[in-house]
Design a protein around this ligand. Structure first.
Ligand SMILES: Nc1ncnc2c1ncn2[C@@H]1O[C@H](COP(=O)(O)OP(=O)(O)OP(=O)(O)O)[C@@H](O)[C@H]1O
Ligand SMILES: N[C@@H](CCO)C(=O)O
Length: 307
């Protein structure tokens, strides 16, 4: 049995739509084992939206590797242990895709390179900003090309924390992408290019004072915030409590705030405020560090199957 640990991820990071994302220390475990025949899929906590047949996302990701290398297990047992909440904008699907590809590659003897796995995952997800940090960890700047992903990984220092606000309702990425406009004004494109490059420079040089300006966005948040009634209240609460920027996590509905070493004061201020605010949804709140490892082997136990 091979056990793989794969991190959650938060994409866009404000202005970097489809090209920036960070892995977070919140994990799913994917356990896979070759068996004599058939496909057995279990998951905990069990969720009715998680398929237990060949439609399962982890299985579908594994199959892209088997198709690519031309090797197939006789049968497969997959057990999923899910800590990453589904459909909250924290990369649950990307964790399945990148973790499944990583586990399948281990099962077939490591035939694919890291670059090939990164490309397969981004192609399957349709954008590289969740799947790439889920695969390799860190804060990633990534562009999906025809046959590869061009990316840079930045190892995030522990002093930078990610405050995550998770509401009690779901918002699918597919729906949140479909509501975006087909065309935008030239000045809005220029606005986001500037903030995304400023973010990349500020985060990699440690100039966190620039982050509130660098995390502004006009490409996706103005449209998606209409689906999240408490969006402005949570963002303003975060900024007033000392966050270095606050924005939608991926396609939402979760919201992320960047916090530096004064995070304990921030945490207390936010918890006090959340308890007394008049909000539409119930919000879970946690502070996470970035994960800088990505998908890793959690454990390997010799299989009972004799080839
Ligand atoms: N942990 C999981 N195990 C199996 N399938 C999953 C899991 N997470 C997501 N999926 C599959 O992927 C589909 C999309 O998942 P989800 O809605 O979480 O992704 P998303 O909309 O991209 O949001 P997120 O950014 O949270 O992943 C789900 O309908 C489900 O079939
Ligand atoms: N860049 C993607 C991230 C989804 O998690 C989007 O915003 O649709």
């Amino acid at each position: 049995m091979i056990s793989v640990k794969v991190p959650a991820s938060s994409a866009n990071l404000g202005a970097g739509f489809d090209c920036m994302g960070v892995a977070l220390k919140l994990y799913n475990i994917i356990e896979v084992e070759e068996i004599e025949k058939g496909l057995i899929i279990t998951s905990s906590p069990d969720d009715p939206s998680i398929a237990k047949d060949e439609n399962n996302l982890v299985f579908r990701a594994m199959k892209t590797v088997f198709d690519e290398v031309g090797w197939y297990p006789r049968g497969l047992r997959i057990n999923l242990i899910n800590e990453i909440p589904l459909t909250r904008g924290l990369g649950s699907s990307a964790a399945c895709i990148s973790g499944g590809i990583y586990a399948a590659n281990l099962l077939c003897g490591g035939k694919l390179s890291e670059e090939e796995m990164i490309y397969l995952a981004a192609k399957m997800e349709g954008h590289p900003d969740n799947s790439t940090p889920a695969m390799i960890g860190g804060l990633v700047f990534a562009v999906l090309e025809d046959k590869k992903v061009n990316y840079i990984k930045f190892v995030v220092p522990a002093r930078l924390k990610f405050a995550v606000f998770i509401p009690d309702f779901q918002l699918s990425t597919e729906y949140a992408r479909n509501i975006l406009p087909k065309y935008i004004e030239f000045k809005d494109a220029v606005f986001n290019i500037g903030r995304a490059t400023l973010f990349a420079s500020a985060i990699t040089t440690g100039n966190y004072e620039l982050l509130p300006a660098a995390t502004q966005d006009r490409l996706h948040q103005p449209y998606r915030k209409k689906l999240i009634p408490d969006f402005d209240k949570i963002v303003n609460l975060s900024l007033e409590a000392g966050a270095k920027g606050a924005f939608l996590s991926g396609a939402g509905p979760s919201i992320i705030a960047l916090v530096d070493e004064n995070y304990e004061i921030f945490e207390q201020n936010v918890k006090n405020a959340l308890a007394s605010m008049d909000l539409v949804a119930n919000w879970d709140f946690m502070i996470l560090e970035a994960d800088n490892s990505g998908a890793t082997v959690f454990s390997v136990q010799s299989t009972s199957l004799k080839r």
